[in-house]
Design a protein around this ligand. Sequence first.
Ligand code: G6D
Length: 332
Amino acid sequence: MLSIVQAEDKHFETIYRLTNDNGLEVVVSPFGARLLSIHVPLEEGSRDIVASPADLAGQKAARYFGATIGPVAGRISQSYFEIDGEKFVTETNNNEHTLHSGSNGFDTRIWLAETYEKAGESGVIFKFTHEDGEDGFPGKVEASVTYSLDDNDNLKITYDATTDKPTLYNPTNHGYYNLTGSEANPIDEHFLQVNAKEVATTNPDVTTTGEKTAVEGTKFDFRTGKVIGQTQLDDPFILSHDQDFDLSLISPDEKVQLKVTTDAPAVVIYTTGTHEEGTPMKNGAMAVRGAIAIETQGIPGAEKFAAYGDITLRPEQAFHSETTYHIDYEKA
Ligand code: G6D
């Protein structure tokens, strides 16, 4: 079932609520093609597991929360890339690099919305045209991001894009989660499993080096799952894709599990820190470690290092990627 409601903050923005037959509800916004909430219908009441500022003003003040990031997520080191021998320069907004496509990234744009409903599923298709040369990226890119919710408690985000010139395309959803339902609670007692044997090696400034590091014996070894504890993460996990899911996050009370399955090569996992501390959120001020961002995508740095794959999109190709978030929970 799909309902279209005026934004609670009485702004021009219209937001979209998708509700399935189990009462699971997903709320999305055209501002940044953004995931605002996942309301999980527990016996004790509804629990919103998405960490996000309370309103549009908050989402503008604190970027990225739940938003679509693009055309290129992550860092483009030294703010340049080359395609077929031609050099392109993008905005420097993080040390000497471009983070999340600069200050006018996809998360800052208003996307056009189309809704649909069919048996057992409803969804919203967000569309946006990134013009040739915008923010330093070549090609007129017709991008879409589709959020769909089905009656088996699967939220699927589907990314599609075409371009009229060779360009880079590596989008993600920058969703932050706290399965306790409040960003005021640290995520330390969440149980995380990531099916990845390697991470992309990073420099101190979080750009990648072109190398890969085995997780064996390191803080990155979440292959069998463990409590996050005080582990700080801001790293691309290179997914093995050898199990029926790629990542699992379980709430401390074990009433909610988020299982992520993607066709993307990697997932960047980012645990919040002092940078986000105190940010006004839906359920109270953000604690120091109040949320974990799960960002499925191509490996950051692929525009520089062939070992990380290829994020070039050419006119003769069509970009397509799907990430499914399955929510398991104690049914009322
Ligand atoms: C920091 O390095 C991290 C990024 O990965 C994250 O996306 C951002 O904060 C919100 O720059």
